[in-house]
Design a protein around this ligand. Structure first.
Ligand code: AFD
Ligand code: MN
Ligand code: MN
Length: 422
C-alpha cells in the first residue's frame, strides 16, 4: 500500500515543522543523537489478535476490512511496520493463527521484514471438536484428561512456533473460580505448576516461556495465577528459561507497577511486557492513553535495569496487547507504538547519576524533580526522526489516512470481514 516514494513525499510535507522541533530537541538534550539510535533499535511486537475491532460482552462494532486470514494479518502488520519501522515482529495466537503453508508464510513475513516473536496458547475457550471442556479450568484441572489435552495444545503451539522461527511461548491462563469453595487452591496451583513443567520440557532450550498473571476475569472469585508473585514462584519451579510477563492492564487499580518491574528485574525474571492502556483493569486501551506518567515511571525502572551492569535480567520481549471496539485498530496500534517510544525516550533522558546522588542524600525534592524534568520534555521529534531515518514516516497516522488505508482494506476485503481475536 505504501512505497518509498510515497513515504518520502509524506515526509517532505512535514519537513519544515519537523526540523524546527528536532532543533529544539538537539538544543535541549545533550545526547539526542544516541537516543535516536536507541529508539531505532527498539522494536515492539504486534499481536495478531489486535487487528480487528475488539468486542465487549455488550457487542461488537466492526471496523470493516478486518484481516480474516493469517496472511492478511501479516499484511496489516507489514503496513504498520512500513509506516513506523518500529514493529518488526508478530505475536501469534493458536489456534486462530495456525499457518496453512509454513514456507509461504515465512516468505510473506520476509517480504515485509517481519518475524514471529511468540506463540500464545488459548485454553480460555473451547474449540469445535475438542473432547474435553475448559469450563472449570485447563492446566489447573483436577481431571488428568483435561490437563493432558491442555498440555498437548501448548506443545502443539510450540511446534507451530518452531516451524515459523519463534523463540517464545506465552501462557496466559483464564483458570480460576467464581465461587468460594469451588476450587481447591493448593491443588489447583500444583496441577498448574506440574502442567507448565511438562510443557517447558517440550520447549527447545533456547526458547523462553512467559507466564502472564491477571487478578480477575474471566473468573471473579479467584484466578490460579493472579499476581506477579505467583508467576514468579512458578518460574522458579519450572526452570531458568521461564520468565514473568507483565501486562500493564493486569493489575488492580493503584497497583505500583513500576515497583513490580523493579522487583522482577532485580530477580532476573522479567521476560516480557504487554503494553496497553488501563483505567480500571484489563481494558486493553491504547498504550499511554490514560496514565502517561505511570508509563514513564515504568520505563524509568526498565531503563534503570537495562543500564545497570549488576542486573542480570535477560533482554525483555516488548509486545503490545491491546484491542478495543472504538478506534481503527491500525491507527490505535500506531498510536501505541509512538506513545511507547516517546515514553522510552523520556526515560532515557533521566540523569541517573544525579538521581542516585539525590537518593543517597535523601533529597526527595531533587529526585522527584529530575523525573519530572525528563517527563515534561517533548521527545516526539526524536521519535519521528528515528522513524524517518529507519525508512518510515514522520507522521505514520497521517500517512495511513493520506493513503486512504482503511477504505482500501474495505475495498479489498469487504465491509463485513471479521478478524479472529479477542
Ligand atoms: C487476554 C488476556 C491476556 C493475554 C491475551 C492473549 O487478558 O492479556 O495476553 O488474552 O492470550 O486478553
Ligand atoms: Mn496480555
Ligand atoms: Mn489482558
Amino acid at each position: 500500500m505504501v512505497d518509498q516514494a510515497f513515504i518520502e513525499q509524506q515526509n517532505q510535507e512535514k519537513h519544515v515543522q519537523h526540523q524546527r522541533r528536532l532543533a529544539y530537541c538537539f538544543s535541549e538534550i545533550a545526547h539526542a543523537e544516541a537516543i535516536i539510535e536507541q529508539l531505532m533499535a527498539f522494536q515492539i511486537a504486534i499481536p495478531s489478535w489486535a487487528l480487528g475491532a475488539g468486542g465487549t460482552r455488550f457487542g461488537r462494532f466492526s471496523i470493516g476490512g478486518e484481516p480474516s486470514t493469517l496472511n492478511q494479518k501479516i499484511a496489516d502488520i507489514g503496513l504498520i511496520h512500513a509506516l513506523c519501522q518500529s514493529a518488526n515482529a508478530i505475536s501469534l495466537h493458536i489456534p486462530w493463527d495456525i499457518p496453512q503453508d509454513v514456507a509461504a508464510t515465512k516468505q510473506l513475513l520476509a517480504q515485509y521484514g517481519l518475524s514471529i516473536d511468540s506463540v500464545n496458547s488459548n485454553t480460555f475457550q473451547d474449540q469445535a471438536n475438542q473432547p474435553f471442556s475448559y469450563k472449570f479450568g485447563s492446566l489447573c484441572s483436577h481431571q488428568a484428561h483435561v490437563r493432558q489435552q491442555a498440555i498437548q495444545h501448548n506443545t502443539d503451539c510450540i511446534e507451530y512456533g518452531k516451524a515459523l522461527g519463534a523463540k517464545i511461548h506465552t501462557v496466559w491462563l483464564a483458570d480460576g473460580s467464581n465461587f468460594p469453595g469451588q476450587q481447591h487452591f493448593r491443588h489447583a496451583y500444583q496441577h498448574t505448576a506440574n502442567s507448565l513443567s511438562e510443557i517447558y520440557q517440550s520447549m527447545p532450550t533456547d526458547w523462553t516461556m512467559l507466564i502472564e498473571y491477571k487478578p480477575y476475569e474471566p473468573n471473579f472469585y479467584s484466578m490460579v495465577i493472579p499476581d506477579w508473585g505467583t508467576s514468579y514462584s512458578l518460574c522458579q519451579q519450572i526452570g531458568s528459561n521461564a520468565q514473568v510477563l507483565v501486562d500493564l492492564g493486569h493489575h488492580l487499580p493503584n497497583t505500583n507497577i513500576e515497583q513490580i518491574v523493579g522487583r522482577l528485574t532485580h530477580f532476573g525474571r522479567l521476560g516480557g511486557f504487554h503494553f496497553n492502556g488501563s483505567m480500571y483493569g484489563d481494558d486493553d486501551l491504547t498504550t499511554g492513553s490514560t496514565r502517561p506518567f505511570q508509563l514513564f515511571l515504568i520505563f524509568n525502572e526498565l531503563v534503570d535495569a537495562m543500564t545497570d551492569s549488576t542486573v542480570t535480567n535477560p533482554p525483555i520481549a516488548w509486545m503490545i496487547d491491546a484491542s478495543h471496539n472504538t478506534k481503527d485498530p491500525i491507527e490505535d496500534l500506531l498510536q501505541s507504538v509512538q506513545n511507547i517510544l516517546v515514553t522510552y525516550a523520556k526515560a532515557l533522558l533521566v540523569d541517573r547519576a544525579a538521581l542516585t546522588a539525590a537518593q543517597l542524600n535523601n533529597d526527595v525534592v531533587s529526585a522527584e524533580e529530575l523525573l519530572r524534568d525528563a517527563f515534561a520534555t517533548d521527545t516526539r521529534a526524536l521519535v519521528s526522526e528515528a522513524m524517518r531515518r529507519a525508512g518510515g514516516c514522520l507522521d505514520p497516522i497521517a500517512a495511513f489516512r493520506a493513503v486512504a488505508g482503511r477504505q482500501r482494506l474495505i475495498d479489498a476485503r469487504g465491509k463485513l470481514s471479521v478478524a479472529t481475536g479477542l
